[in-house]
Ligand binder design. Sequence first.
Ligand SMILES: Nc1ncnc2c1ncn2[C@@H]1O[C@H](COP(=O)(O)OP(=O)(O)OP(=O)(O)O)[C@@H](O)[C@H]1O
Ligand SMILES: [Mg+2]
Length: 231
Amino acid sequence: MLKVKNINVSYGSVKILWEVNFHIDEGEIITIIGPNGAGKTTIVKTLMGLLKPTSGTIQLNGNPIHQAPTHQIVKDGIALVPEGRELFPKMTIMENLQMGAYTSGDRENTLEWVFDLFPRLEERQKQSAGTMSGGEQQMLAIARGLMSRPKLLILDEPSLGLAPIMVNKVFEIIKILNSQGVTVLLVEQNIHHALEASNRGYVLETGRITLEGVSSELLDNNHVKEAYLGM
Ligand SMILES: Nc1ncnc2c1ncn2[C@@H]1O[C@H](COP(=O)(O)OP(=O)(O)OP(=O)(O)O)[C@@H](O)[C@H]1O
Ligand SMILES: [Mg+2]
C-alpha cells in the first residue's frame, strides 16, 4: 500500500532523515519506535506532504505522492492524528469533526460511523473541545482524522500523557478500526503496547532505520529490551 524508498529529509541545512526505507501492506498495523528527536514526527509530516524529501520516493498504491500537496494526499486516503492532537480548543466537538471532513462527500454516514465508535462525542457534540479531558480530546483527535475516511490512518503518539485506562482505550479503538479495514501506522513511545498491537515494527534512531521485523520478534530483541523496555 505504502512504499517509502530512500528518503532524505532536512530542515534547512540540518539533515534529519537518512535513506529511510519502509513499507506498509494493506490491512497491517505498523509501529515506528525510537527515542525523542529520532525523526518520527518528521517521517509522518513527510508522508502527509508537509515536508518534502530532498531525495527518495513515497508511493501510495504504486503512485508517487512525495511531491503531492497535503489536501491531495488526504483525498488519496491518508489521514494524520497529529502529535499533541492540535484540536481547535474554542470550537465545539462537532465543529472540530467538520474540520476533518472537508474532502468527504458522504458526511452523514461518516459522522454516524464515528459516533458509533465514540458515543461520548455524540453526547457532547456542542461542548468546546478545550474543556474536554485529555482522554476525550485524544478520542476527538482520532475521530477528526477519521472524518476524511482514510484507508491509512497515521497516529503520532496517541497515548502520550494518558492514564493507563485511556491508553488501553486508544489501543482498543486502533484494533477495532483495523478490523474494519483501516490500515494503521503508529508512532509510539509506549513501546510495549505498540508492539503488542502491531504486526511489524521499525526502530528509528538518529534518523536511520536501525532495526525492523515482526513485532513479537522486536519485543524479544535484546537491543529493544535494553534501550526501550528497560529490561
Ligand atoms: N521545524 C523544525 N526546524 C528545525 N528542526 C526541527 C524542526 N522540527 C523538528 N526538528 C528537529 O528534527 C529532529 C527530529 O524531530 P522529530 O520531531 O521528527 O523527532 P521525534 O522522533 O518525533 O521526537 P519525539 O519523540 O520527541 O516526538 C529533532 O532534532 C528536532 O529538533
Ligand atoms: Mg514526535
